[in-house]
Design a protein around this ligand. Structure first.
Ligand code: ADP
Length: 488
């Protein structure tokens, strides 16, 4: 099969969150199965020079946006069996940021979507399936169906759209989007592009894609309800027959405690002794009191409300009354930067917080901590809890989305489970579960080791999910019947 991915970020070139991990890991897995997989992302100024030097210029052309014409270059790099294309526009992507600040996001990503489609005949690639990811690629399925499908070159192409996070939709003024993408008045009704008086790139994709996926079965269910649906639940319910939840995998080579170059000592499920050295090294690196017996709780992730940090805010005083250390790595809202900066100075030697993007430190935290806390308000899939488990760090999570699908709370009667969970979005429920985890850590070491082992033995490879995506691609191409979304 010929498959094109379009996305706004992708490891190892540029990453702000889990989307980049997913695109960067899934594409090579599909390629290894013999598919012709190509990926298009913007050529941001952030992409390291070492990659830019390896790129080869393929073609350039002009893209019409309203009355303007903009240069677009297509650069390419081949690696891991995948052809990676970079959409080059210094005007839109040669900036000091990846998302956000220019106020012209509709135009930047409108340009990106249009360029991806326009480039295809010029680079001589006619995909069977275009797999677009998140709102930045949302206009790819919409433009394909509205403006390109009548052209013989595009006529048979199918479009799949994956929701990595429904909260970010790309909402803009209708006039601006109409101007840039040339979408006539008749398209702006609420069964097509209009969405509560605005243009919405995510909604456009949800209407026009042949099939929709999201990154866990639970999130696929949840987003059909008003609480999690971010005002698109009605549309998602209407499309539920084409809405699938496919759980993400991990890059198990990158995240492997047995071979990880970032951590102080290697370890594996057969011999976990190196983890103690990782813990000591982490305490030393972050200026924490060196103590083998105090449990360290780690948190790595965007400092946003989604991640449930207000719950931590409520109980941080109570939590720090216990014998525990807390390590936080993340970037985001100033409210939480202030909270954890304050906590670091208030509880010297017991709390450490770093507000940078540092993947080496992230690895050392996953390896050096005993517990990993992720009390998310909602969580489409979540990679961090899976990474933590792979490093023998026991997850404490809220039962939502992908967290619910990957972490099963320890049951003292049956012995089942691989972590600790709570259901209600409530700070004291969370504190109670942290205390429960601490009890097993302090008093029942054998249970603790069983939980660590189960986490480390878990299957986080992409194999099962990649097989599911292939099934869906073949299904929309009519080669096989599509599976029932309700059955995983
Ligand atoms: P989301 O996609 O919502 O941000 P995920 O858990 O799916 O959350 O993925 C987050 C990924 O980004 C994980 O691989 C995590 O380790 C990484 N990450 C998040 N913040 C940082 C940071 N400040 N430094 C290094 N890695 C980070």
């Amino acid at each position: 099969m010929k498959i094109l991915f379009t996305a706004s970020e992708c490891v190892p070139f540029v990453k702000t969150g889990g989307l980049a991990d997913v695109v960067g890991a899934l594409a090579p897995v599909l390629a290894a199965q013999g598919h012709d997989v190509r990926v298009m992302i913007p050529l941001y100024a952030h992409i390291p020079q070492s990659y830019v030097e390896r790129m080869e210029h393929v073609v350039d052309f002009e893209v019409q946006l309203g009355w303007r014409r903009q240069y677009c270059g297509i650069e390419k790099l081949e690696d891991s069996g995948v052809t990676w294309y970079f959409v080059d526009s210094k005007f839109y992507f040669g900036r000091s940021y990846i998302y956000g600040m220019g106020g012209d996001e509709y135009e930047r990503f409108g340009f990106f979507c249009r360029s991806c489609l326009n480039a295809l005949p010029l680079i001589g690639f006619q995909p069977d399936v275009i797999h677009a990811h998140d709102w930045q690629s949302g206009m790819v399925p919409a433009l394909l169906k509205i403006q390109y499908a009548h052209l013989p070159f595009y006529a048979g192409m199918k479009a799949i759209f994956t929701i990595h996070n429904l909260q970010y939709q790309g909402i803009f003024g209708i006039k601006e989007v109409q101007d840039v993408l040339g979408l006539g008045d008749s398209l702006w009704t609420n069964d097509k592009l209009e969405c509560f008086g605005c243009a919405n790139y995510m909604k456009a994709a949800l209407v026009y894609a042949d099939l929709i996926t999201t990154v866990s079965p639970s999130y696929a269910e949840e987003i059909q309800t008003a609480y999690y649906g971010e005002r698109l639940d009605g549309l998602l319910r209407a499309r539920k027959a084409q809405l699938y939840g496919v759980l993400n995998g991990l890059d198990v080579v990158e995240y492997n405690p047995a071979t990880d170059p970032h951590i102080a000592a290697d370890y594996s499920v057969g011999d976990i002794s190196g983890k103690a050295a990782c813990k000591r090294a982490l305490q030393a690196e972050l200026g924490l009191d060196i103590d083998d017996n105090v449990p360290i709780i780690g948190m790595v992730g965007r400092l946003s409300n989604q991640k449930g940090l207000d719950l931590v805010d409520y109980i941080i005083g109570d939590l720090m009354n216990r014998k525990v250390q807390l390590v936080v790595l993340g970037m985001g809202e100033s409210r939480y930067v202030n909270l954890f900066s304050w906590a670091e100075s208030e509880y010297r030697g017991r709390v450490a917080a770093r507000f940078t993007m540092d993947s080496g430190l992230a690895h050392r935290i996953y390896a050096g901590c005993d517990m990993f806390l992720m009390p998310s308000q909602f969580e489409p899939c979540g990679l961090s809890q899976m990474i933590a488990m792979r490093y023998g760090t026991v997850p404490i999570v809220r039962e939502t989305g992908g967290l619910r699908d990957t972490v099963l709370s320890y049951n003292e009667y049956t012995g089942d489970g691989n972590g600790f969970t709570f259901f209600n979005y409530n700070a004291h429920d969370m504190l109670h579960v942290i205390e429960r985890a601490m009890k097993y850590y302090n008093e029942e070491k054998d249970v603790w080791h069983t939980l660590q082992e189960r986490g480390m033995k878990g299957d986080y490879t992409w194999d099962r999910s990649a097989a599911r995506y292939v099934e869906l691609y073949r299904g929309i191409l009519g080669e096989i019947p599509l599976p029932d979304p309700a059955i995983e």
